[in-house]
Design a protein around this ligand. Structure first.
Ligand code: GLN
Length: 547
């Protein structure tokens, strides 16, 4: 049976609940425990798959093909535990399940209510895999007091009651704002937030308080007194220079000890934090830096490419350089020459994306990188753009494009070197899609194998010819053009095991020019950087020395 830590937030959103949860997961692992992290989101979307990255940040994809909240990315990056479909749930999914059961007659004519039907659905979800790990960490999205969050708060209250005493604890994250006029950290918002929590039957065991300054003893005592926790269970969460400092910082503040105390685990096993010391050393002591441009559409919100930014950081750590990422709006190149914008970068990355907007700009960026010998990594749409660029400018297919663009234009303007995939093989099954299928989950999603060409650059980088990577796309490069493109130096060096779907292309007469149909960034960890990002940053570093 797992022990449960429920993590809630109060006062304001964006306090770093996901990061605190992930760091706690890492600290429990450092003490020898196995963990799994889970996210419960109160919004009504069934999953974040159809949510705009502008609003919600990136969609994180699991091996088993779930489109989830980006917090699952933090969980994986800090614990190395691969998240599953069953680690992310939203109100939308809960209600959808309940309504499906109601239609099927599973409730035998009963009146369907939030309590118990919705709360039971949530509790059943929380319980999945209960026997697999020592600790299950469940983060509730949003803040206490949100209307949508109530069924989740009620469900975790009941859940803790259902379990034997001492198997569930509650950790609450709040903010201690600093008021310059009085020169004080204010505890009142935290008091109110805890009061709100207690009014729905939840007493926090551990309080994590975000504050830009150290918490003076007097304030700590006050929080303990008014919030009904012990003084040692008031944990300061100062602002950090790097998120990868979080495990060490939280450990210093006593978070893992407070959690183990709350469970009554004594003596607590000693932590081994070597990995995190090494990670921090690499983050804080780089021996140089590189500049990498990410040419994309969602440049206004960095969270839209969260995993890519992190994977680049990991690549930098592996090469002992700081990676300075700059976001360049692809649409600018539709009107202007990219050269003045892209000159001076050590490498260029074109990330994934959907829709036609900005694509001509990305194609120009790919062209610039290819012709100027600048290291280029194209991810998903970024690979498709590299293929279109090569088709147009090397193979002479002047109108080369993607069916995705035609789809929006409503007429065929392009020769589709990238086409809408309608059928593919997943394990032993054939998956089929129609053009008009609904947008939720109709993509090729999750982990698929690819076979790499012996002797290719990517085979060298990976050190193997069989890989498994995560996918999220509807369109595919058409193998019809393979011979033509390969004759001009763009090799299809990675293919699906059945040889039908191009997974990787690489330019042979180029220092480093690689496009991948999958999302390598989703599997990179600070303590285990993804080979492609590691080598991409190495190439950027080499390039920076040349110029
Ligand atoms: N829009 C492209 C497709 O669906 C690429 C998707 C992506 O970059 N994730 O194939």
């Amino acid at each position: 049976m797992a022990r449960y830590v429920f993590i809630t937030g109060g006062v304001v959103s964006s306090l770093g609940k996901g990061l605190a949860s992930a760091a706690l997961g890492a600290l429990l692992q450092a003490r020898g425990y196995s963990v799994r992290l889970r996210k419960l989101d109160p919004y009504l979307n069934v999953d974040p798959g159809t949510m705009s990255p502008f609003e919600h940040g990136e969609v994180f994809v699991t091996d088993d093909g779930a489109e989830t909240d980006l917090d699952l990315g933090h969980y994986e990056r800090f614990t190395g535990v691969a998240a599953r479909m069953t680690d992310s749930i939203s109100s939308g999914r809960v209600y959808s399940n309940v309504l499906e059961k109601e239609r099927r007659g599973d409730y035998l004519g009963k009146t369907i209510q939030v309590i118990p039907h919705v709360t039971n659905e949530i509790k059943d979800f929380i319980n999945i895999g209960d026997d697999e790990v020592d600790f299950m960490l469940c983060e509730i999205g949003g803040t206490v007091g949100d209307i949508e969050g109530l069924p989740f708060f009620e469900a975790i209250r009941q859940f803790a009651q259902d379990k034997p005493r001492g198997e569930c604890i509650f950790m609450h994250l709040t903010l201690l704002p600093y008021v310059t006029a009085s020169g004080e950290l204010k505890t009142k918002p935290t008091q109110h937030s805890v009061k709100e929590l207690r009014s729905i039957g939840l007493q926090p065991d551990v309080l994590v308080c975000r504050s830009e300054r150290p918490i003076p003893e007097k304030e700590r005592e006050k929080i303990a007194l008014f919030c009904n926790v012990r003084k040692e269970d008031v944990i300061a969460a100062p602002d950090l220079k790097s998120i990868y400092e979080a495990p060490l910082a939280y450990h210093r503040e006593g978070l893992d000890q407070a959690v183990l105390d709350a469970f009554g685990i004594a003596p607590a096993p000693k932590p081994n934090l070597d990995v995190w010391h090494d990670v921090a050393d690499r983050v804080f002591n780089p021996e140089g830096d590189v500049r990498i441009a990410i040419v994309g559409k969602y440049v206004q919100l960095e969270d839209a490419y969260k995993s890519i930014a992190e994977a680049l950081t990991h690549g930098g750590m592996a090469n002992r350089v700081k990676v300075n990422v700059e976001w360049v709006d692809a649409e600018v190149f539709e009107r202007e020459d990219p050269a003045p914008y892209l000159e001076g970068y050590d490498a260029i990355l074109v990330p994934g994306g959907f829709g036609e907007r900005g694509t001509e700009g990305k194609i120009k960026a790919a062209h610039f990188a290819r012709t100027q010998n600048i290291p280029y990594l194209g991810i998903c749409l970024g690979m498709q753009m590299a293929v279109i660029e090569a088709a147009r400018n090397l193979a002479g297919i002047k109108t080369a494009g993607s069916e995705e663009f035609d789809h929006e234009a409503g007429k065929s303007r392009f020769e589709p070197v990238v086409y809408h995939l309608k059928e593919w093989v997943q394990g032993s099954q054939t998956v089929r899609r129609k053009a008009g299928d609904d947008k939720g989950g109709t993509m090729r999603l999750g982990a698929y194998n690819a076979s790499l060409t012996e002797g290719s650059r990517v085979a060298q980088i990976y050190g193997t010819t069989t890989i498994e990577e995560r996918h999220r796309h509807r369109y595919e490069v058409d193998t019809k053009y393979r011979d033509q493109l390969e004759a001009h130096g763009l090799k299809f060096s990675g293919m699906s095991p059945d040889g039908r779907l191009p997974e990787i292309v690489e330019a042979v007469d180029h220092p480093w020019y690689i496009g991948v149909q999958f999302h390598p960034e989703l599997k990179s960890k600070p303590f285990d950087p993804h080979p492609l990002f590691k080598d991409f940053v190495r190439a950027a570093k080499e390039n920076s020395r040349l110029v």
